[in-house]
Each structure stands twice: as structure tokens, then as C-alpha cells.
Design a protein around this ligand. Structure first.
Ligand SMILES: Cc1ncc(COP(=O)(O)O)c(C=O)c1O
Length: 324
């Protein structure tokens, strides 16, 4: 292996000094990229076969995405969910049309989308399937990788991933990957969902036996259990089709998306499903600051510009949080 130059070593040293030691990267310091190519600080060119675990399926700095990002950044970068904006509807429509589902719920990281899928399944289980509150069970596969939140590491098979992070979240049952019979055996009257990667990514790119996903989908349908496909890594053409489930003609009840959904620019994730499932969410079941009570009261001091004055998205009424 080539020895590390003083220049490369100094970048690595700085990162290691100030970063938590939660990762062990290769000793390569990248400074620019274009399409499939990346260059390190020594000027050495590499073909990026990792593509950030599929977050850069479109290639580095795709010109269309860069232009859209720049154009948008010059107009409007952030709106809270307290308002509508002129892009969200068309983006959701496009995502729904592309995936073939009726609704989409966006987030940022893949782990957040997984958490949202789990919450959706639990809520659906309680309010639609009729599982007693707090008894919902979700089946997952051994050697899965779905992210790094406390709930998600609860059902990781990797002891190191979990070490020291307890107590964990109850309600998960683990079965071997690629074994549809094990799925049917594990289902109880309280099972609300089976979550699976169509191809296991972090486990070492494990392709399940032919027909596995199809059989799992049939078992789920038979037992009124939601099939949740985590396509965070396999989605957006990573496996030769838009989504890996399509290789077996499977339509999951909930599809979890991330990584390449952000075009390699910033984290964007989502779940997609049909309205009969997504309708378990009502205003307030997503954490957000609800400004609506303020709009019911008339602002008494809107004569002066004030950063705290909220404007009602429907009737344009202005109100101040401290107005009673
Ligand atoms: C299948 C799968 N699900 C979820 C995640 C978590 O995504 P993120 O790292 O954006 O939280 C990953 C990350 O690699 C993944 O491979």
C-alpha cells in the first residue's frame, strides 16, 4: 500500500482530531468530483465505484441537478410545514407517479424514513388492523441494515452496533433472510408488518433466492401484514430497475426511499404508500410547530415589521405568538 503523503496525512489528522471515531475511512482525501470520477488532494483520479452507498447514483454533480439547486437557492431555500410552497406539490406528484403510490411523506435521512415506516405500520396495526395498543409486532431479517437510530439498532444483528446503547425498543422479531417459511411461522395475531431489504446492502450485497420477495408478499397479504420494502440503497436504478422489488413484480405496501432521492446534493428520504395506509397520519402526528392557534386571534401590533409575526397561509391574516 502506498505511503500517505504529508499533505494527505494532515487532512486526516485534522478530521480525526475533531471527529467522533465512529467510522474508519480509507486514507484518501477527496477534493473534487465529476460524474463517476473523483480526485484526491494529490491530484490522483479514481473511479468512484462506491457512489456513497448509492446516494450518488446519478453521478457526482449532475449538471441538471446542480442547476436546479442553484436556481432554487437563489429564490427560496426553506419553508416550514406551517405554509405551502410552490414546489412541494409537484415534487410529491412526481414521486408518487414514479413509484406508483398515492401518497408520499418526505424526510431527510434513510433512517428517518425507516422510523416513519415503522410508526406508520404500528399506527395502521392499532387503528386499522385492531391490534391492541402497545402489542404491535414487526418482523425483520437477520443481518439487516436499516440505519442507526436507537429503535433501528434494536433489531440489528451486529453486536458492535448496539453495544452500550440500551435500553432498546420492544416489538421486533428477527427471522433469517431469504426464508419465506420462517416469515409465515413468525407471524402472530399482533404482527403488523414485515420489513425487508429487497437485496441486503450492508450485509455484503446478499441477493435472496429467486421468488423470495413474491412469496413474502403473498404471505403478508394472506395474514393482513404490511410488507415494508426498504429500498433506501436498492432504489433509483441501483439494481437495473427503478426499484429492486420490480425484479419480482412485487408492490410493497410501504416503500422506503432515500439516498439517490437527494440527487447527491443533500439528504432527502421518503416513504410512499397508498392513502388507506397513509391516512393514519393526522395533523399533529408529525412533530412540527403548529401555528394555527395564533391565526384564530387577531394581531394587535402588526403595524411594525416583526420576525415573530406569522402570516396565515389561507387568509393572509397576521398574528403575533404572544397575542391573546
Ligand atoms: C437499506 C438501508 N436502509 C436505511 C439506511 C439508512 O440511511 P441513512 O444513512 O440515510 O440514515 C441505509 C444506509 O445505508 C440502508 O442501506
Amino acid at each position: 500500500m502506498a505511503t500517505t503523503s504529508p499533505k494527505t496525512a494532515s487532512y486526516i489528522e485534522e478530521s480525526e482530531k475533531y471527529s467522533a471515531h465512529n467510522y474508519h475511512p480509507l486514507p484518501v482525501v477527496l477534493e473534487k468530483a465529476e460524474r463517476v470520477w473523483v480526485w484526491d488532494v494529490e491530484g490522483k483520479k479514481y473511479m468512484d465505484c462506491l457512489s456513497s452507498y448509492s446516494a450518488i447514483n446519478q453521478g457526482h454533480r449532475h449538471p441538471k441537478i446542480i442547476n436546479a439547486l442553484k436556481e432554487q437557492a437563489d429564490r427560496l431555500t426553506l419553508t416550514s410545514r406551517g405554509f405551502y410552497n410552490d414546489k412541494m406539490g409537484s415534487w410529491l406528484k412526481l414521486l408518487c407517479e414514479l413509484t406508483g403510490y398515492e401518497k408520499a411523506l418526505p424526510m431527510n435521512t434513510g433512517a428517518e424514513a425507516v422510523e416513519t415506516a415503522l410508526k406508520t405500520a404500528r399506527k395502521w396495526g392499532q387503528y386499522v388492523k385492531g391490534v391492541p395498543a402497545g402489542s404491535q409486532e414487526i418482523i425483520v431479517c437477520a443481518n439487516n441494515f436499516h440505519g442507526r437510530t436507537i429503535t433501528i439498532i434494536t433489531f440489528s444483528s451486529d453486536a458492535q452496533t448496539k453495544d452500550g446503547f440500551g435500553p432498546y425498543t420492544p416489538g421486533f422479531v428477527t427471522i433469517p433472510y431469504g426464508d419465506a417459511k420462517a416469515l409465515e411461522k413468525a407471524i402472530t395475531k399482533n404482527t403488523v408488518a414485515f420489513m425487508v431489504e429487497p437485496i441486503q446492502g450492508e450485509a455484503g450485497v446478499v441477493v435472496p433466492p429467486k421468488g423470495y420477495l413474491k412469496e413474502c408478499a403473498e404471505i403478508c397479504r394472506k395474514h393482513n401484514v404490511l410488507l415494508v420494502a426498504d429500498e433506501v440503497q436498492t432504489g433509483f436504478c441501483r439494481t437495473g430497475k427503478w426499484f429492486a422489488c420490480q425484479h419480482e413484480g412485487v408492490r410493497a405496501d410501504i416503500m422506503v426511499l432515500g439516498k439517490a432521492l437527494g440527487g447527491g446534493m443533500y439528504p432527502v428520504s421518503a416513504i410512499v404508500c397508498d392513502d388507506k395506509i397513509m391516512s393514519v397520519f393526522k395533523p399533529g402526528s408529525r412533530p412540527k410547530k403548529d401555528m394555527r392557534p395564533y391565526f384564530k386571534r387577531k394581531c394587535k401590533r402588526h403595524c411594525k415589521p416583526c420576525p415573530q409575526v406569522a402570516i396565515c397561509p389561507t387568509n393572509g391574516e397576521r398574528a403575533h405568538p404572544s397575542d391573546s
